[in-house]
Write a protein that binds this ligand. Structure first.
Ligand code: ATP
Ligand code: MG
Length: 449
């Protein structure tokens, strides 16, 4: 992509409405624009990141055996009256009436709709277990939308729903989602810590929140230091096998958000040197709620003995759009964003230091072609602008690699390769720069596999 033809409206100054780094940087780097409180447009660069995050979430859901579908954003109120949540949900629900005065709503979550779909389609235990998911926009009329996409009103969520015959089977589905969440966040360069959680308006009795530690997080969290060091399972994890040992490793030590925190147990169970008190961002939340919705909505299947059995359910959410902000909170410096390679909007930024100089232009054009042919995505800054402004813009948008090409280098046959995360710069031939980049992208895809 040539920057001269791209749509990348950068802001020179810090927007005053932004209280935290990710919000400030998302506005400055031209990722989003606010449409109204808590509602955002995703500009081309931001949208590329959102899609990359969505792709990782999808790959890990599929790997764990979940099946993707797509439910609508607008739902009929009747379904929520059936479950009893229409009244309970309160002002966070955006209630709409259509031209026939029929009560509708913009879905804040999808337990009712998926339960109705499953109830009407599945009659026998032979069709269990199943995990269904979608990645769809949600609306919650948050009392205090803030921090940009971190607490929006309209936001993109991945929500999965499991259906099982027995509590024991449901626990296996829960474990599968638990493990897939560990992998999902790790692939985005995030250290997530699962913490015992309150079940809230979704209801139920077994629940974990996946928390990213960050100073600007909204939740106060307490955990054993060891949990922060644990490595998530690799891609060879067998989702059909016994996942209990993994779950045991990640839940065997103290970890709780403030709602579930108990200072006495914390002090008793965790040696003083290992006690971590921090702030965190909730990026995922999983629940087992048994028959809460299946009972109310009559979701039953014929069991092996011919009797009707009420289905055991769980639900599993990931804040896809919140993750864009969470990743930036975890990975930025004074100059701007530092994207982990797996979610970066482009692999490489190519900077033409002297656009208009025939030899430099030709060298850049040739390199641009080579990089794209090699399968790397490139944002080529071919604009006629000061070198300093180009460097600052490239640092701000945070692509993992920069290639800097100027007349001096062109004359000596060398270009400069800069790694955004470390700031390390190397003068290299085109050939060896290309090899370095390909090697790093191979390593990144190995991590994913
Ligand atoms: P919170 O406690 O942050 O209000 P929640 O517990 O109400 O969130 P869930 O129903 O568990 O949220 O939703 C699943 C995931 O969706 C959350 O873990 C979070 O990552 C994301 N999410 C929830 N509310 C918002 C929001 N207002 N803006 C952006 N993402 C959100
Ligand atoms: Mg939650």
């Amino acid at each position: 992509m040539r920057l001269s033809r791209y749509f990348l409206p950068l802001l020179r100054d810090d927007p005053k409405e932004a209280e935290i780094a990710s919000h400030r940087l998302m506005l400055r780097a031209g990722l989003i624009r606010q449409a109204s409180a808590g509602i955002y447009s995703w500009l081309p660069l931001g949208f590329r990141v959102l899609r990359k995050i969505e792709d990782i979430v999808r790959e890990e859901q599929d790997r764990a055996g979940a099946l993707e579908l797509l439910m609508p954003t607008i739902q009929p109120a009747e379904l929520w009256q059936e479950s009893g949540r229409y009244e309970v949900y309160g002002k966070e629900m955006l209630r709409i009436s259509d031209r026939h005065e029929r009560a509708m709503l913009y879905g804040p979550t999808n337990e009712e709709l998926i339960t109705a779909i499953f109830r009407d389609a599945v009659k026998s235990y032979k069709d269990l277990p199943r995990i269904l998911y979608h990645i769809q926009w949600k609306f919650r009329d948050e009392i205090r939308p803030r921090f940009g996409v971190m607490r929006g009103r309209e936001f993109l969520m991945k929500d999965s729903y499991s259906f099982d015959l027995t509590v024991e089977d449901a626990r296996k589905s829960y474990n599968r989602m638990f493990v897939s969440y560990l992998r999902t966040f790790a692939r985005m360069g995030l250290k997530s810590v699962p913490m015992v959680a309150e079940t809230g308006v979704i209801g139920g009795n077994l629940s974990h929140e996946f928390i990213i530690l960050a100073d600007t997080g909204e939740s106060e969290v307490y955990c054993h230091r060891d949990l922060i060091q644990l490595e998530p399972p690799g891609a060879d994890i067998d989702y059909q096998g016994d996942l209990a040992p993994v779950i045991e490793a990640f839940t065997g030590k103290y970890a709780a958000t403030s709602e579930k925190h108990d200072a006495e147990s914390f002090a008793r169970e965790v040696p003083a040197k290992d006690r971590v008190t921090a702030r965190g961002i909730e990026v995922g939340h999983i629940f087992f709620f048994g028959t809460k919705y299946s009972e109310a909505m009559g979701c039953k299947v014929q069991g092996p003995g011919g009797d009707l059995v009420t289905v055991q359910m769980g639900s599993y959410g990931i804040g896809v759009s919140r993750l864009v902000g969470a990743i930036i909170e975890a990975s930025h410096d004074d100059a701007g964003i530092i994207w982990p390679q797996s979610v970066a909007p482009f692999d490489v930024g190519l900077i033409n230091v002297k656009a208009g100089d025939a030899a430099t232009d030709a060298a850049c054009e040739s390199l641009y072609g080579k990089l794209e042919t090699a399968g790397l995505s490139v944002l080529y800054d071919d604009r006629d602008d000061r070198a300093g402004a180009k460097f600052a813009a490239m640092d701000l948008i945070g692509l993992p690699w920069q290639i800097i090409v100027g007349p001096k280098g062109v004359a000596s046959g060398e270009i400069e390769l800069k790694e955004r995360a470390t700031g390390a710069r190397h003068s290299l031939t085109v050939e060896s720069a290309l090899n370095r980049l390909l090697q790093s992208s191979r390593e990144a895809s190995k991590e994913a596999a």
